[in-house]
Design a protein around this ligand. Sequence first.
Ligand code: NAD
Length: 458
Amino acid sequence: MEQKIEVVFKTQQAYKYTLRKNNAAQRIVKLKALKDAIEKYEDKLYRALQSDLRKSAFETAVTELFFIYGELDFAIKNLNEWMSPKRIGNTLTTPFAKNRIYYEPKGVCLIIAPWNYPFQLVMSPLISAIAAGNCAIVKPSELSPATSKVIGKIIAEAFDEQEVACFEGNASISTLLLKLPFDHIFFTGSTEVGKIVMEAAAKNLTSVTLELGGKSPTIIDKEVNIEKAAEKIAWGKLVNAGQTCIAPDYVFVHEQQLDEFIGLYKAAVNKMYFKTDKLDTKVYGKIISTKHYKRLKDLVDEAVEKGARIDLGGTFDEANQTINPIVLSKIPNGSKIMEEEIFGPVLPIISYQNLDEVIDQINSKSKALALYIFSKNGKNIKHIIKNTSAGGTCVNDVLIHISNPKLPFGGVNGSGIGSCHGVFGFKNFSHERAVVFQSRLDFSNMIYPPYVGKEWVL
Ligand code: NAD
């Protein structure tokens, strides 16, 4: 495998000089070829996502396919504009020159993806890489093997290996890939592995985009439509069985509203995921692996052993890798569930007395990928936004900021570096090159030596 990877890498390194000459129309042809290949394999993708994650057809359509078709169409529509050099104003040092920013392809890029939205999280950066005129090697996750296989077929259908290639496999394949001097690495996955990727990239001074995880807090202000908040949080928490990087990880609820919120959350879960008192596994996904299932069970067991209260759920079905929605409250300090990203259908609730105490707790942790605020009070909303940091925020909703390609999507420090989607993805895979065209009306020599007679500058 090592040899094959090296051959493909070298071929791409040679081909990148040809590819960079492509204009917008030529790149659009490539994006359309990718779209055609995805459409051809749509049925197989539905089946693969059902097999890997028990993803319903509806969830696959909305969170994987439509998302990618949207990104493709958006790139096709806007690429000409994104690629065109941007005019920049003059300054005293370049009074009559033309100043421009050119977007040049980075070259050969590596895309490493996770398993939770295994199609979307390969394709979204790949669209940006192609739009920006790059060659790419893609490494999908070994934990979603059915989807990874279809991804390999789609890529082989749409591209020659000299332009885009896919290597399936586990961390050992990533390790081989990470030894190579790529021009850019786009990694989506855990914060822990993100550090390994950044360390490997540093050896070659390769630029990185890191789309990582972490604990995304949700604040429910006292002045709120609490029923709506409970419904939205239940959906955001339980879509894909909680295995969503921007899922609300834990919730702050005012101490006087704790029982009301728990009741409303239960009602929302019941409405969305239960049919005549039985969990509806047609709409509710499974945990990706027994290892992840056990990790989640251990997190809950440890919190409960320490004294946490189970307010909902607690039913585990190992044979089907299914964990019914769980709510925990009264969680003792030091519980692992409040330290690690949960990435499963367990919602810890922390009760609070005032918002500043909530802000202090959030700021004591690593910066979140997402922070959600539910409130009717504009002053409180602004106060929270001003005093916290997060990759992205929704006010009175969850997750939806990821769906607008006009917004940057990404983390900050511990939750990521750089951003993706739309023009932000295009820029991440491009080098912004400053180009100055000097004018014939050029007085630069005013600052050249000798300096005698030019002391007036001082
Ligand atoms: P992971 O970090 O375990 O794996 C991600 C990828 O890295 C996989 O392809 C895997 O094979 C590879 N990998 C694993 N170990 C490696 C190593 N030692 N060296 C090199 N490569 C290695 O993450 P995961 O479990 O697949 O995904 C879950 C994590 O991803 C969560 O933390 C989640 O929050 C995060 N995530 C973030 C986003 C985002 O957009 N910010 C999106 C989805 C998931």
